[in-house]
Design a protein around this ligand. Structure first.
Ligand code: PRP
Ligand code: ADE
Length: 180
């Protein structure tokens, strides 16, 4: 437990912050500054795996992650737990039959898509992303999972911008490892 906290603190200390990026008024929290440091990236992987192993029941059957920074994280869990990795992508990037939803961002609007054959009815899904801001992205992801008749066990994010109250907009349990 102490070790878990120390690893989280270590990761937090490696998150760089950029005021007024990409727009005035946004304080951008940069996941890439963690990935740049192999010890910090490893600590991040450890705390994600520990969370799923010790705090999440039932266990996920599928990892779904969000375009694009979620793609750096979801596969770490999918490989570790030997379960499928499924992407949710911004519009027009996925081939075949897709299920679609539009949503609002902290700085704009967008459309998310998932391949319709990628989830089975009743599957337990863990959704992974780097950051929770307004919650628009994660809630859209939950809608897509639900449209395919699967169940969102939890949305796991590395960083939560608590002051934006984004978790109130997500109709599924949210767990954040680091809060700002
Ligand atoms: O809680 P929200 O207000 O929805 O914002 C959070 C989302 O915003 C960022 O992605 P972005 O859309 O900037 O895309 P990127 O990962 O491709 O940079 C971030 O990686 C989350 O996915
Ligand atoms: N403040 C922020 N920092 C990094 N990514 C974000 N996505 C939405 N808001 C963000």
């Amino acid at each position: 437990m102490e070790e878990h906290k120390e690893k989280l603190e270590f990761v937090k200390n490696h998150i760089d912050s950029y005021p007024d990026f990409p727009k005035p008024g946004i304080l951008f929290r940069d996941l890439f500054s963690v990935l740049r440091n192999p010890r910090a990236f490893h600590a991040l992987q450890d705390v994600m795996i520990e969370h799923v192993s010790s705090q999440l029941t039932p266990k996920p059957e599928v990892i779904v992650a969000l375009d694009s920074r979620g793609f750096l994280l979801g596969p770490l869990l999918a490989l570790h737990f030997h379960i499928p990795f499924i992407p949710i992508r911004k519009r027009g990037k996925l081939p075949g039959d897709v299920t679609r939803v539009s949503f609002a961002l902290e700085y704009g609007t967008d459309i998310f898509e998932i391949q319709s054959l990628s989830l089975g009815s009743g599957q337990n899904v863990l959704i992974v992303d780097d950051l929770l801001a307004t919650g628009g992205s994660l809630n859209a992801a939950c809608q897509l999972v639900n449209q395919l008749q699967a169940t969102v066990l939890e949305c796991l994010v590395i960083m939560e911008l608590v002051y934006l109250k984004g978790r109130d907009n997500v109709k599924a349990p949210v767990h954040s490892l680091i809060q700002f």
